[in-house]
Write a protein that binds this ligand. Structure first.
Ligand code: F6P
Length: 367
């Protein structure tokens, strides 16, 4: 593929934040300036900043000392799809959407950007994909604690979230054991169970409930009853926020109508705790880990991965390989077209080897 003639690039972070975003911003900015002599522009709050023309130069000094910082120095938004942008509400409070791609592209051109590095998940990649026919050029970098981006075996932010959730499970374990309780811990992940599966195994959860394996509450009850009857000190249940019952029931906390992905899960831990307490008569508690899983310093693994992703993104730009997302497959860096990632999800296969291994050591998946 022909080498590009890049001079100025933009960079944005979209969707929910996660640890390691700043490490990618730093790697892209430093490589662009030091290796290539390109100018770099930070676009504030994801695609919202492109629509609203909030774009500022990024110098090397702007990205010094951000490697270890959680969140994103650029800000982010999960409500700014240029093809379907909420511009107000109608009489019944429903959002009125407008196509503002021309506005976004006018700002892209006004800053003479040759391409944008888009750091985000599937929703952010689909926003990028809507601008492809309008002359924009992109390179994607996969972020999310959910680890559910198609074609990448790992995303940055995931390992830090696993560490955080594992530590929480460890702490819950000791108090649950002292009181001989059942504690249900609710983890994030939307419809993907990677975070709950990994943290559940690492934290020694007795029951792991993930969306990909519908659970039968009667099986979970029987498992807990049996454990407690055999004088086990406690039972820890790691439940994914999007875990489904056999009847397909999921617990939805709220709907954000102007968000491209409007459903926000929540409530499974409380519901399961109530049910188990009522049927088993064992005093139980629930813990919702929530946004704690998204915050804080990236672990060493994510700092390295984020730096590698940032560097690889600039290699794609240099090579003129636009509209592709950097991915890791079998430990190696490669890339795939952005359209192959947009609006898709990589879920846990029911026969994933970690599921099989967890079952082999007696972990209950509620089936
Ligand atoms: O996709 C990342 C994620 O943290 C999910 O695990 C979670 O369901 C969702 O975002 C929460 O979104 P918000 O920050 O809008 O509450």
């Amino acid at each position: 593929m022909a080498a590009s003639t890049i001079k100025r690039i933009g960079i944005l972070t979209g969707g929910g934040d996660c640890p390691g975003l700043n490490a990618v911003i730093r790697a892209v900015t430093k490589t662009a300036i030091i290796e290539h002599g390109w100018e770099v522009f930070g676009i504030e709050d994801g695609f919202l900043g492109l629509i609203e023309n909030r774009i500022h130069p990024l110098k090397k000094t702007d990205v010094s000392n951000i490697l270890t910082r959680g969140g994103t120095i650029l800000g982010t938004s999960n409500k700014a799809n240029p093809a379907k942008f909420a511009v107000g509400k109608d009489a019944v409070g429903m959002p009125i959407f407008k196509d503002v791609r021309d506005k976004a592209m006018a700002n892209y051109k006004a800053h003479e950007l040759d391409a944008i590095v888009v750091i985000g998940g599937d929703g952010t990649m689909s926003c990028a994909a809507t601008l492809l026919g309008h002359g924009a050029k992109f390179v994607g970098v996969p972020k999310t604690i959910d680890n559910d981006l198609m074609h990448s075996h790992i995303t940055f932010g995931f390992t830090t979230a696993v560490e955080t959730a594992t530590e929480a499970l460890d702490r819950v374990h000791t108090t649950a054991a002292s009181h001989h309780r059942i504690i249900v811990v609710e983890l994030m992940g939307r419809n993907a169970g990677w975070l709950t599966l990994s943290a559940g195994v690492a934290g020694g959860a007795d029951v792991i409930l993930i969306p990909e394996i519908p659970y039968d509450i009667a099986v979970v009850e029987e498992y807990c009853r049996d454990r407690m009857a055999h004088r086990k000190a406690c039972t820890i249940i790691a439940a994914s926020e999007g875990a489904k019952s056999l009847h397909g029931r999921q617990y939805i906390a709220k709907t954000i109508v102007d968000s491209p992905d409007p459903i926000r899960f929540g409530g499974i831990a409380e519901a399961l705790r109530n049910q188990l307490e009522a049927t088993l008569g064992i005093e139980s508690r629930e813990v919702v880990l929530g946004h704690v899983q998204r915050g804080g310093t990236p672990c060493a693994y994510d700092r390295v991965l984020a730096t590698r992703f940032g560097f690889e993104a600039t290699k794609l730009l240099e090579a003129g390989q636009f509209n592709r997302m950097v991915v890791v497959q079998h430990g190696e860096m490669t890339s795939v077209p952005v359209e192959e990632v947009a609006d898709k999800q990589r879920l846990v296969p029911r026969d994933h080897r970690l599921v099989v291994a967890a079952k082999a050591i007696g972990t209950c998946f509620g089936e």
